[in-house]
Design a protein around this ligand. Structure first.
Ligand code: MG
Length: 383
């Protein structure tokens, strides 16, 4: 598969090109590559990047799961147009590849059923594209004035990936007289390749406008049917000090929390809640207190690891709710900072994180200000 990722994607807004902007904490291109790598029918992934995107790409690929690395060829630079970029990818493919799928980097999701339908339909002299019907009436505008209402009969929306025999596509590129084709099917067709349609998918939508990021995020949540909830609980005692680290935020206090790591009671409870939702042991199994490398460690690392375990299983974090139980220090003034930090560590929107605080009415060890307890509930979604 060739993934064309050379564009600047200005319509979607943002400071970096669209394909490197985040959906659920990961670049769009990351999602596209993870989904491609998960398809057993795809064994070689050739990404074509923009000339000045190498460092963005390298930074992204460092966080990609090993499944991507196993299929990913060294990237090549694209050209000034979509057509030149696809050609650069095509020329980089090994000769042994017979069938090629050309895909947009701005489409983060890739249903396996579409891939299988494309591969079934493609043959020598025949290319295949996924298409969707247009349920709405179609108008042609001149600025904001409707100048024509074309009949939509027979009109469809063409998506990617588009599938061809590699030699057919190479021949079409060699014969192309202009640089203005917007997709490979148009170019191939101009060279006598018959193009057939296979059923596309709404999940293949392309991120184009700023609103599409929220749509992609919502898609990730709703298309993972296995909803799991886990709970976590943790306690750390106070010892003399001048601040406690709670949910990653240093909170000034007459004491600090005692523990092998930074004793971040909030993040420990949340980390255990995620392990609980995964059915994947607990924080002590993954980070034994007997291991000196975790001495004084920032608990961010534990939470990031748990989040990574969810992602490795193709899942997402749906929601996290933490309750901090203590008489002192007062949590209120730091609550927003904690929420910001936890949302960022989880890679989710702020409204998917809750931080609450309560006292125990001066009862028990928290009431006597001997330490802090924390409870957390995490909801995750898995495929
Ligand atoms: Mg702990």
């Amino acid at each position: 598969m060739i993934v064309v990722a050379g564009g600047q994607g200005i319509r979607a807004g943002g400071r970096v090109p669209k394909q490197y902007q985040l959906v659920a904490g990961k670049p769009i291109l990351h999602h596209a590559l993870v989904h491609a790598a998960d398809c057993p029918e795809i064994d070689h992934i050739q990404v074509v990047i923009g000339d000045d995107h190498k460092s963005l790409f390298d930074e992204m690929i460092r966080e990609a799961p090993p499944t991507v690395g196993e299929k990913l060829a060294p990237v090549v630079n694209g050209g000034a147009s979509r057509q030149q970029s696809t050609l650069a990818g095509l020329q980089a493919l090994p000769d042994t590849i017979e069938t090629v799928l050309v895909h947009d980097a701005a489409r983060p999701f890739l249903p396996g059923a579409v891939i299988r339908a494309l591969l079934e339909a493609v043959e020598a002299g025949v290319g295949a594209v996924p298409t969707l019907r247009i349920p709405d009436s179609v108008k042609r505008l001149e600025i904001d004035r409707v100048i024509e209402a074309p009949n939509r009969d027979g009109l469809v929306r063409a998506q990617t990936p588009q599938a061809f025999r590699r030699n057919d596509l190479l021949a079409a590129f060699a014969a192309a007289s202009t640089d203005g084709y917007t997709d490979e099917a148009s170019l191939a067709r101009s060279n006598g390749i018959r193009i057939v349609s296979v059923p596309g998918s709404e999940a293949l939508f392309k991120i184009t406008q700023p609103d599409d990021f929220a749509k992609a995020e919502a898609h990730m949540q709703t298309h993972l049917p296995d909803v799991r909830t886990g709970m976590g609980f943790d306690v750390h005692a106070f010892e003399p000090g001048d601040h406690a680290i709670i949910c990653g935020v240093p909170v000034p206090h007459t004491h600090k929390l005692k523990g092998h790591s930074d004793a971040d009671v909030g993040l420990h409870a949340l980390t255990d809640a995620i392990f609980g939702a995964l059915g994947d042991g607990d924080i002590g199994d993954h980070f034994p207190p007997s291991d000196p490398q975790w001495k004084g460690a920032a608990s961010d690392a534990f939470l990031r690891f748990a989040v990574e375990r969810v992602k490795e299983r193709g899942g997402v974090i749906g929601h996290a709710d933490i309750t901090l139980i203590c008489e002192r220090p007062k949590i209120g003034p730091f609550r927003q900072a904690m929420k910001d930090n936890v949302a960022s560590l989880l890679g989710v929107a702020h409204d998917r994180v809750s931080i609450k605080a309560t006292t125990t009415e001066k009862l028990g060890f928290t009431g006597r200000q001997e330490g802090i307890a924390a409870q957390a509930v995490a909801t995750i979604r898995l495929p």
